[in-house]
Design a protein around this ligand. Structure first.
Ligand code: DC
Length: 222
């Protein structure tokens, strides 16, 4: 049976994962957070002490890293060589490393195969940077979710404060802008809106409103 695939791409902090998770729950789809897969590999490279710029070292170590996904009570659990790393991959350090290591073609190829396999097996909402453009070019619904950089920084700031992690708001905005620049300017699978993706600017929308808009788009196509 053909599966229904929804692709959500967009810059860091646009709310993709929160919104995709909620929408997946309502639709009974599996939510696939591809950023978490890149983060798991980044954690692996950090643990190995590989320098971010050492592309040869990264390619050499890659075959020893196995990323798999498991679902527990509807939540995605990322396993790195069998270890649940969900609680270890959300730091700025891992995010930065992921931004530097994700452009390496061998890294992308490894994860792309896993992502395509999942989408072929089950109805998914998959979020990332290149889902509509590269991973699932035939997705049934493609969304490009974005928001102003200052609003994304403010939301991330409040999130970190709530978790008790001290940070500088302006510094955070600079980091997000730099992450955008890296994700959009890389030559391999850069972040960009697919021609047939619906542009959704969530700057002035709540999470709930954005999710409802995605559900509306789904219903208009299902
Ligand atoms: O969405 P995130 O912040 O968890 O993503 C972490 C990094 O991984 C980010 O710098 C971009 C990269 N990434 C990617 O290159 N392709 C994807 N499909 C998802 C994430």
């Amino acid at each position: 049976m053909k599966t229904f695939n929804i692709a959500i791409d967009g810059p860091a902090g646009a709310g993709k994962s929160t919104i995709a998770r909620l929408a997946a729950k309502e639709l009974g789809f599996v939510y696939v957070d591809t950023g978490a897969m890149y983060r798991a590999l980044a954690l692996f490279f950090l643990r190995r002490g590989i320098a971010p710029g050492d592309a040869a070292g990264i390619r050499a170590a890659l075959p020893e890293a196995e990323v798999t996904l498991r679902y527990e009570n509807g939540e995605q659990v990322v396993l790195l060589n069998g270890e649940n790393v969900n609680g270890l991959i959300r730091t700025e350090e891992v995010g930065k490393m992921a931004s530097v290591t994700s452009p390496i073609p061998a890294v992308r190829e490894k994860l792309r195969e896993l992502q395509q396999k999942l989408a072929g097996e089950t109805d998914v909402i998959m979020d990332g940077r290149d889902i509509g453009t590269v991973v699932l070019p035939d997705a049934d619904l493609k969304i490009y979710l974005t928001a102003d950089v200052s609003i994304r920084a403010q939301r991330r700031y409040l999130e970190l404060v709530e978790r008790g992690e001290a940070c500088d708001r302006d510094e955070l905005e600079r980091e997000i802008a730099e992450r955008d620049r890296q994700d959009m300017s890389r030559t391999v699978a850069p972040l960009k809106k697919a021609d047939d993706a619906v542009l959704l600017d969530g700057s002035q929308l709540t999470v709930e409103q954005t999710k409802d808009e995605i559900l509306r788009l789904y219903r208009s196509r299902a």
